[in-house]
Design a protein around this ligand. Structure first.
Ligand SMILES: Nc1nc2c(ncn2[C@@H]2O[C@H](COP(=O)(O)OP(=O)(O)O)[C@@H](O)[C@H]2O)c(=O)[nH]1
Ligand SMILES: [Mg+2]
Length: 452
């Protein structure tokens, strides 16, 4: 079990220097430790920022820093305990000295995610919201941040709670029918029970469908640009990245190492990778580049295959143009030059014609990438669900409801139906964290950084 009886301390602001830096304390001794650090005899006033001087016992004459002390009295605080925030100047030396002083006064260095873990243990947030805190901090696109903020607001919590409540209601009525068997399905007709299960099933199905896009938004994807040397890969990479990262020349084999750049495509954090052209390499360095290119292509979520429109096709090119060819985006480059080949029948729907000189086709490539990654037209609303753990549990619940419906349809006993409904509820409650085992909590909060 996790202990919350001691007082924890950590630097809450990022590593490095800044105008201000914050040291956070949480636990029963937080306010007392702050008083001792600042040698104050009068108590701090809750929620009021108070200027104080922090002393260094090894140099009693000089101050360590002037700090703004804010006391969030529990339970109305982030963790639900007494929380003290010490706003100092953002110097790592000062902030580390403050943490050491707090430890001298009895605080313990916080574990990663321990502040948010305590918020969860004290019921200030549920597990969805705690995980959303980490997602919000880690967000690299505005849509990722919005999706996380929505979950922090409780959108997903409420959706799950509503489904869980309907299941509870249905279970209660089925139980009642069990307890009074002579009345048969008096408390609910079989048809109503079937309809209620159907409704729960479709809500879970919608969540799961939406969640696949949500997961893409939360986790992002790696997209590799492949093709023959000189096809125009680095030029396309630069155009997508919006910066001249990759060296572009008309010498085949210019790009040797992998180049990556993270871009925001409709809210999805896409890491694009420029690779060496796939060919018989000229020297050992290029050969290594080609090997890395093949590895990257194998690991990528999606391949953008570039075919030079102005030179004759290779066998690889033909394979990608084939309507039954590999899954990916096929780009025909150099659309401004005279075409050297005519597109094979049926290949048009697979290809995007691009000219980087005129800018033609770049937006279409972006759209095609997003479309293939999300499996649907981009929407602007963040999906309710985005986390693999949640998604797997929603699927478990959906499958259990399917079994419950089957049991109901083939006239099985109510006990069987109820057992499946209970399994669905267990999965839903595990999402929210109502029945979370310690090792799951360790796993989730261990991924936070210290001070969160
Ligand atoms: N005219 C024209 N030339 C292009 C275009 N895209 C790339 N190139 C040229 O093709 C050559 C090879 O481009 P690069 O991006 O280095 O190809 P990579 O070897 O596949 O990375 C360079 O001389 C580019 O300037 C295009 O859209 N139009
Ligand atoms: Mg290149």
């Amino acid at each position: 079990m996790f202990s919350t009886t001691d007082t924890i301390v950590a630097i809450a602001t990022p590593a490095g220097r800044g105008g201000v830096g914050i040291v956070r304390l949480s636990g029963p001794e937080a306010a007392a430790i702050a008083s001792r650090l600042t040698r104050r005899t009068t108590a701090f006033v809750p929620r009021r920022a108070t200027l104080a001087t922090l002393h260094d016992p090894s140099a009693p004459a000089s101050a360590l820093d002037h700090v703004v002390v804010t006391w969030f009295k529990g339970p109305a605080s982030y963790t639900g305990e007494d929380v003290i925030e010490l706003g100092a100047h953002g110097s790592p030396v000062v902030l580390e000295a403050i943490v050491r002083r707090a430890m001298d006064e009895g605080a313990r260095l916080a574990e990663p995610g321990e502040f948010t873990l305590r918020a969860y243990l004290h019921g200030r947030v549920d597990l969805i919201q705690a995980e959303a805190v980490a997602d919000l901090i880690d967000a690299v696109t505005p849509l990722q941040a919005r999706a996380a903020a929505d979950q922090l607001d409780g959108t997903l919590t409420r959706t799950i709670a509503a489904i869980d409540a309907d299941l509870f209601d249905l279970a209660a009525r089925l139980e009642a029918s069990l307890d009074f068997p002579e009345e048969g399905f008096h408390f609910i007709t079989r048809d109503d029970a079937v309809a209620a299960l159907d409704s729960v099933w479709s809500r879970l199905e919608r969540l799961a469908r939406d969640g696949r896009r949500g997961r893409m938004i939360r986790e992002g994807a790696t997209v590799v640009i492949a093709g023959r040397p000189n096809a125009g890969k680095s030029t396309l990479f630069n155009a997508l990245a919006g910066v001249d990262r990759a060296i572009v020349t008309d010498v085949p084999g210019t790009t040797r190492d992998l180049l990556t750049e993270r871009i925001d495509l409709d809210g999805i954090a896409v890491t694009i990778v420029d690779t060496a052209g796939l060919r018989e390499a000229g020297d050992a360095i290029e050969a290594e580049g080609v090997r890395r290119a093949r590895d990257a292509q194998a690991a990528a979520r999606l391949v953008v295959f570039v075919i030079d429109g102005s030179t004759a096709l290779s066998d690889d090119d033909r394979a990608w143009l084939d309507p039954q060819g590999p899954h990916g985006v096929v780009v025909v480059s150099k659309a401004d030059l005279t075409a050297a080949w005519t597109p094979p029948a049926g290949s048009e729907s697979r290809t995007v014609r691009v000219s980087v000189s005129s800018g033609e086709g770049i937006d279409a490539v972006r759209r095609r990438i997003v479309g293939l990654l999300t499996g649907e037209a981009p929407r602007t609303d963040p999906p309710a669900i985005s986390n693999v753990r949640h998604l797997a549990l929603v699927d478990d619940a959906r499958v259990a409801i399917e079994r419950a419906s089957l049991a109901l349809a083939d006239g099985s006993t109510e006990e069987l139906v109820l057992a499946e409904m209970e399994a669905a509820r267990t999965a839903l409650e595990a999402i929210v964290g109502r029945r979370a085992p310690d090792d799951l909590l360790r796993h989730i909060f261990g991924k936070f950084c210290v001070g969160k």
